[in-house]
Design a protein around this ligand. Structure first.
Ligand SMILES: Nc1ncnc2c1ncn2[C@@H]1O[C@H](COP(=O)(O)OP(=O)(O)O)[C@@H](O)[C@H]1O
Ligand SMILES: [Mg+2]
Length: 255
């Protein structure tokens, strides 16, 4: 099976005055095409930093990020624009819908930016609104929608250019339990139906256990991986060295 994503020796630190804050140290992992990975970990351990780097919203210090066969850390700015628009679908904790536009128009925007004809963009957006069960809200403005509805629109928008990799950073962080479940289940279902690879950052252990792979990021520790049907580690009882020896898929840690 082909890997949609490979991280090789990824390092990231932030400069804070004279201090250097090491966030990601020598991280390695891969994700097979069509698989769904869940990332959990305490607040501040670097989950958003990791997703932002993969999604090219932030840069790493060193390392390689191979997405769909190409190292995106080597892309020039034109290639990065195309990468953000076509290759990646990003869903954030906050919906970032444009309030002057209807739900339908919001979903159409990335397609129009990509140069898709208006009619075609609209047809695609309508089909997606249908699949997130929001077709009855397509002419609503974001201010008239509930939090859960806005996130479903954001999911549709992330999919409109048919990205190969969906990145969702705590997309239900602002939602109640009932709506969180709807949105997260929807993400899993859509990723499966459309054969999209998904990386989901979530606090919900129940949801995280539904993925094909699970990574727990820890400050000062290793990254742990759980892959359904392949590998099962009693995570808390293994040292990082044992995990690396037992699983070539993932190594490295966060400081
Ligand atoms: N631009 C920045 N400059 C300095 N430190 C940052 C910056 N962005 C994030 N950090 C720090 O990096 C760490 C990881 O942040 P983040 O990736 O947002 O964590 P998480 O998403 O897991 O809660 C935090 O300690 C945070 O304060
Ligand atoms: Mg975060």
């Amino acid at each position: 099976m082909m890997n949609i994503l490979e991280l090789r020796n990824l390092c990231k630190s932030y400069k804070n005055g004279d201090e250097r804050l090491e966030i990601i140290r020598d991280m390695n992992f891969s994700l097979e095409a069509g698989k769904r990975m869940c990332i959990t970990g305490a607040s501040g351990c670097g989950k958003s930093t990791l997703l932002n780097i993969i999604g090219s919203l932030d840069t790493c210090d060193s390392g390689e990020i191979i997405v769909d066969g190409q190292d995106m850390t080597k892309f020039d700015s034109a290639q990065l624009c195309s990468y953000r628009n076509h290759t990646i679908g990003f869903i954030f904790q906050f919906h970032y819908l444009l309030r002057e536009l209807t739900a339908l128009e919001n979903v159409m925007i990335p397609a129009l930016v990509a140069g898709v004809a208006r009619k075609e963009a609209q047809a695609k957006a309508e089909e997606l609104l249908n699949s997130v069960n929001m077709e009855h809200r397509s002419h609503y403005y974001p201010s008239k929608l509930s939090g859960g509805e806005r996130q479903r629109i954001a999911v549709a928008r992330a999919l409109v250019n048919d990205p190969v990799l969906l990145l969702a950073d705590e997309p239900t962080g602002n939602l109640d339990e009932y709506n969180s479940e709807i949105v997260e289940n929807l993400l899993f279902q859509i990723a499966e139906e459309r054969n999209k690879s998904l990386i989901l950052v979530t606090h919900d252990r129940q949801i995280a256990s539904h993925g094909d792979a699970r990574v727990k990021l820890e400050k000062g520790g290793a990254s742990f991986l759980w892959v359904r049907n392949f590998l099962f580690f009693m995570l808390s009882e293994l040292s990082s060295a044992e995990i690396q020896a037992g699983c070539s898929d993932i190594s490295g840690g966060l400081s």
